[in-house]
Write a protein that binds this ligand. Structure first.
Ligand code: SF4
Length: 921
């Protein structure tokens, strides 16, 4: 640099500083008006290089990004469980961006609030609205399924094709050959009901989702008689001991994780139990890098320590659980009134009263006349063996469930548990001691443990821990399962809209069973020496599980909306080559081209989340808020409500044109007149618009009494009450919702056969298969060395956002399998290699990422990748297959009966093993 350069530089710098100072002064001196000193002129001074440039409008581009014509409240329904309220900004008829609404009313000054609520996926949804993936017109397939060859169709042509086929199936093959699949009503019930109403009025089969996705924790219906009940996430803050068990909240509960971490500042300890050192483990006081599939033995080992070290809450256990109930030592069945009296009931049970030294009936069971579980002057014995006189005069030995539990737990010694789980014995002891002494304590439970084949046993073992320590039914305590946005708060209004003539007049079907039976799926394992087919046949024969269509017929038409069935299907390729092949018509209703849409025959374009009216709720909080139409549905898309209305209209029109006589549906003695279908579907013209549908739900539920859709557009509303038919606690002012206060505080019976938290299931199949009590069973044996782990990811909600430009830029842009460095080294693999992942079911080829936080012996691929998104071969579901657990097929046992999304076999997918090698690409 020359002296001259230096002088110029100093001069320029000095002048710049002077000019800037003058500008600042001009802006701050009172009386220095904008008119006299225009801001930009003063700022740039005489050396503005663009002074003579003719067009200066570009300077406002950035500012204009932040201007808008209108703001509409909306949200997302991708089964994220978030349920976050957002504002969508519109300018000149274009949605330009979204922003967290951040106006949830606060529950209490003593609790952190829900604001602001959202995640990075929600923050870029507007891009999807205009993305190339967006479906714009009805499409009819012209090539092979999945080939991607389509032609544009008019709505009239597409609806005529679908309506004609549905009617043809009903009259020629039976209404049960038309099958409907949609998921999670809580996330957008109006959209859900649009299709379920049609299924209802035409006699179609409606499939389950919560069990099929393996989000259902089957231990909850078994132990508590509920589908799922969890505290809202603000209640995490009330806890003093939080166990993150198979739940990576930093990644999968982004809007709520702060409640747990703030609880830690409030004095709570956090325990994280997960095979990988994940984003939530970094917040833990105690981290257990457990061996995959061994969570159950850890729980039972801890239960033994709690009992051995007198860390259990004895009065709670006696009153709130079935552990003091008597069991006949010979048959291993509960002692029932029918054992003691000639005309005694099957659903009245007994405890041994230590005071009277005799068996006395327990109040509150299904057959009891007393609607309380409180013992009156009775002190039930927890341990011991006793003698009773049976109805036939013979005597029999009885013992308590607790005594049997102690015998069961005796095998789970500390050394054995430490060896199997790979955890230090002294840390397991510390965990038991802290769980037994820090109150209240809760388990936050996730898919990491729920997706195993023995998920029911794992759930029951976990629930045992919080029940033994007296934590269920208390704020800050309990077993809180969050996988899927399953629980709809305004339930009564929803069911009336979804299935107007009542659920008894609807064909419901467990999807795991349906997908298995109607495909070439096979499970090579035997259960007590019998193949799963034997259990399936017995279950259907006994009327425990329904199987549609009946009589060996095949499903013919399949309609999917708000879901991606094929992407999420265990044994994807098996289903594609059998069940899918046998279907005559597959219709996908969608706003983007996903795997199911790609493999369909007809694709109907749906409105996106920002172009429709609906409502949204979650079990993570106690508020309701809406979807709103920032714009009318774009291109030729329709809202789900309008779309199914149009389909009902078309079916009615065709039925009249063809002169179809009413169809008598024998199963329900229902004369179905399809010429009147549109009239029925719209509730005789009372529910024509989606806003009317939303208002119908709100008006017919006690949770939302006094609310309407327009009020929700103003701000989220907290629920005002809970329906005692379906909830187990009240909504209380200033208090976070937590379940089972009715049972603990009001002594109402639990919704189980025994009226208590029921750990003993004395159904013959449970006794035969050794699962009457919570026990540990090893994962299903598979011959390959590496567990195939497919958890929920950070950058997508299932398959949604998997193909989003912004999210792909946060990762490597395509499917990745994560592996521990030692496992990679053994196989000669390097980071970013193309690898072939295979087992005896199938294979896929993708890139490898080496991750020290992964557990050796396991590999992970975050789930949801569409097959067309960067795999060289196959997809993440190419390696899985359907495994039905026999005990999940039972029914007609007190509280354990088939109900859609409540009880039925789960589509588990963790007991899958693979090998990996370098791929030739
Ligand atoms: S995607 Fe789900 S979690 Fe994310 S902002 Fe939207 S509603 Fe919230």
């Amino acid at each position: 640099m020359t002296d001259k350069d230096q002088t110029n530089k100093n001069w320029s710098r000095r002048n710049f500083i002077q000019t800037a100072a003058m500008t600042a002064a001009a802006l701050t001196i009172p009386g220095c008006s904008r008119k006299e000193k225009p801001v930009l002129t003063t700022l740039v001074g005489d050396f503005d290089p663009l002074r003579t440039y003719p067009y200066r409008g570009w300077e406002d581009f950035y500012r204009k990004i932040w201007t808008w014509d209108k703001v509409v409240r909306s949200t997302h329904s991708a089964n994220c469980t978030g349920s976050c309220s957002w504002k969508v900004y519109v300018r000149n008829g274009v949605m330009v961006r979204e922003e967290q609404a951040a106006d949830y009313p606060r529950i209490s000054q003593d609790l952190p609030d829900y604001n602001p609520r959202g995640c990075q996926k929600g923050g870029c949804f507007v891009e999807y609205v205009y993305s190339p993936q967006r479906l714009r017109y009805p499409l009819i397939r012209t090539g092979e399924r999945g080939e991607g060859k389509w032609r544009r169709a008019t709505w009239d042509e597409a609806l005529t094709l679908v309506a004609g086929k549905l009617l043809d199936n009903i009259y020629n093959h039976g209404p049960d050959t038309n099958t409907f699949f949609s998921v999670i009503p809580a996330m957008s019930p109006v959209s859900f009901c649009a299709g379920s109403r049609l299924a209802h009025y035409i006699g179609g089969v409606f499939l389950s989702f919560y069990d099929w996705y393996c989000d259902l924790p089957p231990g909850e219906p078994l132990t508590w008689g509920v589908q799922t009940e969890a505290c809202e996430c603000a209640d995490w803050f009330n806890s003093k001991y939080i166990v993150l068990w198979g739940s990576n909240i930093s990644q999968t509960r982004i809007p709520d994780a702060h409640f747990a971490y703030e609880a830690r500042y409030n004095g709570a300890k956090i325990v994280c139990i997960s095979p990988d050192y994940n984003a939530s483990a970094t917040h833990a006081d105690l981290y257990f890098q457990i061996n995959p599939g061994t969570d159950g033995i850890l729980a039972l080992g801890v239960a033994k320590l709690l009992i051995d070290q007198n860390l259990i809450d004895v009065p709670y256990v006696k009153e709130q659980t079935d552990l003091p109930l008597l069991v006949l030592a010979g048959t291993k069945r509960f002692l029932r009134q029918s054992d003691l009296e000639p005309k005694g009931k099957e659903d009245v049970f007994y405890v041994w009263d230590a005071g009277q030294r005799r068996a006395v009936p327990t109040p509150g069971s299904m057959g009891s006349d007393q609607k309380t579980i409180q013992f009156n002057g009775v002190d039930p014995a927890l341990t011991g063996s006793f003698t009773v006189t049976l109805a036939d005069g013979k005597t029999a030995e009885v013992t308590t469930v607790f005594e049997m539990l102690k015998q069961e737990l005796a095998q789970y010694t500390l050394d054995k548990v430490a060896a199997r789980t790979g955890l230090p014995a002294h840390e397991i002891e510390l965990f038991a001691k802290e769980l037994g002494t820090r109150k209240p304590a809760m388990i936050i439970h996730g898919a990491g443990t729920n997706h195993w084949f023995h998920n029911d046993l794992i759930n029951r073992s976990f629930i045992l821990l919080v029940a033994l320590t007296g934590n269920v039914g208390k704020n800050g305590g309990g077993f809180n399962h969050y996988v899927g946005q399953e629980r709809i708060w305004p339930e009564r209004g929803f069911f009336q809209l979804a299935f107007p003539e009542g659920r008894k007049k609807q064909r419901f079907q467990n999807t795991t069973l349906w997908s298995y039976v109607h495909s070439t799926s096979t499970d090579p394992h035997l259960y007590n020496g019998k193949p799963i087919e034997w259990y399936v046949q017995e279950s259907v024969k006994n009327g425990w599980m329904p199987l549609w269509p009946k009589g060996g017929r095949k499903p013919r038409a399949f309609i999917v909306w708000r879901a991606n069935y094929l992407n999420q299907a265990k044994g994807n390729e098996i289903l594609e080559s059998s069940l899918w092949r046998d279907l005559d018509l597959i219709v996908d209703i969608n706003y983007r081209m996903d795997t199911t849409a790609l493999y369909s025959d007809v694709v109907l374009p749906a409105a996106s989340y920002y172009e429709k009216v609906d409502i949204n709720s979650t079990d993570c909080h106690s508020y309701i808020h809406p979807f709103g139409k920032a714009l009318d549905p774009l291109f030729e898309s329709k809202t789900d409500w309008d779309l199914f209305h149009a389909l009902a209209d078309k079916m009615a029109e065709l039925a009249a044109k063809k002169g179809l006589k009413p169809f008598h549906d024998d199963a329900f003695d229902w004369n179905r007149d399809f010429t009147q279908l549109a009239r029925d579907w719209t509730g005789k013209g009372t529910i024509v618009t989606d806003e009317q549908a939303a208002d119908f739900i709100l008006a017919n539920a006690v949770e939302t009494k006094g609310m309407n859709y327009q009020q929700l557009q103003e701000k989220p509303h907290r629920f005002v009450a809970t329906d005692p038919e379906s909830w187990n606690s009240d909504i209380e002012d200033g208090i976070a919702y937590t379940p089972f206060k009715h049972q603990l505080e009001k002594k109402r019976p639990w919704r189980t056969l025994t009226g208590r938290q029921q750990f003993y299931i004395d159904h013959p199949w449970y006794l035969d298969l050794g699962e009457a009590l919570p026990t540990f069973k090893e994962p299903v044996p598979e011959k390959y060395p590496l567990y195939w782990n497919t958890p929920h990811g950070r950058w997508s909600i299932h398959s949604t956002w998997r193909d989003h430009r912004a999210m792909l830029r946060l990762q490597r842009g395509g499917p990745i399998v994560y592996m521990h460095p030692d496992d990679a080294r053994k196989r000669g693999l390097k980071d970013n290699d193309w690898v072939r992942i295979y087992n005896n079911v199938g294979q896929c080829v993708c890139r490898l990422q080496i991750l020290p936080g992964e557990k050796p012996g396991r590999v992970t691929m975050y789930h949801g990748w569409e097959k067309y998104l960067g795999f060289q071969q196959g997809g993440w579901q190419s390696l899985t297959y359907i495994k039905i657990k026999p005990t999940q097929l039972i029914g007609k046992y007190g509280h354990v009966n088939f109900r859609l999304n409540y009880w039925g076999p789960t589509g588990n997918n963790r007991d899958i093993k693979v090998e990996i090698e370098k791929a030739k690409v």
